[in-house]
Design a protein around this ligand. Sequence first.
Ligand SMILES: [Cu+2]
Length: 293
Amino acid sequence: MRLGDRWGSGGTALPPSLNVRMTLTALLAVLMLAGLGQPVLAEQPEPWQMGMQPAATPLAEQLQWFHTFLLYIITGIVIFVFVLIGYVLLRFNERANPKPSRTTHNTFLEIAWTVVPILILLVIAIPSFRLLYAQYAFPKPDLTIKAIGSQWYWTYEYPDHDDLTFDAVMVEDNQLKPGQPRLLATDNDVVVPVNKNVHVLVTASDVIHSWAVPAFGLKSDAVPGRVQRTWFRAERTGTFYGQCSELCGRRHAFMPIAVRVVSQAEFEQWLAQAKETFASGSSRASEVARLER
Ligand SMILES: [Cu+2]
């Protein structure tokens, strides 16, 4: 049976190749339209995304560079090994090479296959250590925030600003406002100024959680009874999303992280308002009640 008969309309069947091409084009158009229908949200995963989220901090940039660099190296190694195996299969099989040589040692080859991998490891180790040190070389903080993981929300404290404290709970599907991404938006965002060094003290109140924001290149375990430190310097404004990244219980997938990076002036404005809003601690009690549903 011809493809054209199956897909076309009876007697006016198109040549099979054309018909297949049209179907593929239509499929592609539907996919593109589906893509266009989505609101444009830059700082979060997108449908069909292949690479990483665009970096918003120098550390994330460095991380992503390292990732790509390693990808080139491992691709080269895989191709080399593949070609080598292919060559051996073809050149030295029983038919092509009925009388195998009895050679056992080759000084040059043995030195080469020891030295070359060492050089490759060195080339990887140098940027790897540089990145590791950069992550732990804390610049002088302009702002310190504390992120405390609890089942299943995050509490944020601003110890530099009268111990401002509030909870950030995921916005449920039926309460999403336009533009708020599902499973990522929180009722209260962490707000930080742009181009400032922000230290984050990460801990937990019950089980191990993990505070992670991919666009910042950050992931820090939140361990009860311990305070971990991490830092970021966001270089552009926007809302950046992350999720708890340590399996912490039933609602592990529903305790997202939303960080809003704003100008210094907007930050101060938010701070003044937040101090009033959260002064009574009312946000906290209501959230606990919500979680106990
Ligand atoms: Cu968690």
